[in-house]
Design a protein around this ligand. Structure first.
Ligand code: ZN
Length: 284
């Protein structure tokens, strides 16, 4: 499933190539539409809109128009947004929406498994999405406030989109490995240094993944059809049984928060009994 770096990579493609006036709209399958505005009405509203750019809210995208309205998109498990497609390129199977722009190229949405979502928004979307971990104001202090007093495993808190926007299974596992934190650690039990390490690790892994165009396993490609190149740099995700790059221990998996969770038992030790959480007191 596309996470923050993959969705951000698609956003950048849409923001640079999905510009101009909408000349024609073709719905091949309006069943992916969620929300009060039906597919035919979205198609009518899209026509003649002037596309101005794209915004990201966690794993959601908004294709924004000069009118202030926007097309809300979630790529789900297998959604692909293709921009800059020549109209004579045959439609791939499972293409649900085709938008022709004045530059003569098309934006196409395809989604074989149809877990994606399309909707219409006026102004900022009403989504239950927590702060963006790459936002300038997402400080270590903010992360400390977010985990304080919570008994849920830190991995579950990282995955909770209402707590934090955009982190999914891959980057949660990678960030926790970098920060040397066991994924099952109760979030509120992290001490100040662990929170600071996790904050650094999370932002670093997300930034590096964006720089590599994201991680491709099965379905994901960017808006220009290119796969992400970050898979080769993953340290734990998908590496069960391999040696840990830090301590040469074995990468193991456990089931946590409904997901397969990858970690190194040797250098991501569970909190010792009697460890006391330290209240975050410093700024920044
Ligand atoms: Zn290790």
């Amino acid at each position: 499933m596309p996470e923050l770096p993959e969705v951000e990579t698609v956003r950048r493609g849409l923001a640079t190539r999905g510009l101009g006036r909408v000349e024609a709209v073709l719905w091949l399958d309006p069943r992916m539409v969620r929300g009060p505005v039906p597919g035919e009405e979205i198609a009518r509203r899209l026509l003649h809109q002037e596309a101005r750019g794209a915004e990201r809210y966690g794993k959601f995208l908004v294709w924004r128009f000069a009118s202030g309205d926007g097309l809300l998109l979630h790529l789900g498990m297998s959604g692909r947004l293709e921009v800059g497609v020549a109209p004579d390129v045959p439609w791939a199977p499972h293409t649900h929406l085709v938008v022709l722009l004045t530059d003569g190229f098309e934006v196409r949405l395809r989604d074989p498994r149809r877990f994606g979502r399309i909707g219409w928004v006026v102004g900022p979307p009403a989504l239950r999405v927590g702060p963006d971990p790459l936002a300038p104001d997402f400080t270590a202090r903010r992360l400390a406030q977010l985990v304080a007093g919570r008994r849920r495993a830190i991995k579950a808190v990282l995955l909770d989109q209402a707590s934090l926007g955009g982190v999914g299974n891959i980057y949660a596992d990678e960030a926790l490995w970098r920060a040397r934190i066991h994924p099952a650690t109760p979030a509120g039990a992290l001490d100040e240094r662990q929170v600071a390490r996790l904050h650094r690790a999370l932002r670093a892994v997300l930034r590096e993944a964006i720089a590599s165009g994201g991680t491709s396993f099965r379905d994901y490609v960017d808006a220009l059809g290119r796969p992400g190149r970050f898979a080769g740099r993953l340290k734990v995700y998908g590496r069960r049984g391999s040696r840990c790059a830090r301590c040469r221990g074995r990468i193991e998996t456990m089931h946590l928060a409904g997901r397969t969770t990858h970690f190194c038992r040797a250098c991501q030790r569970p909190a010792e009994a009697g460890d006391r959480p330290v209240v975050m007191s410093t700024e920044g």
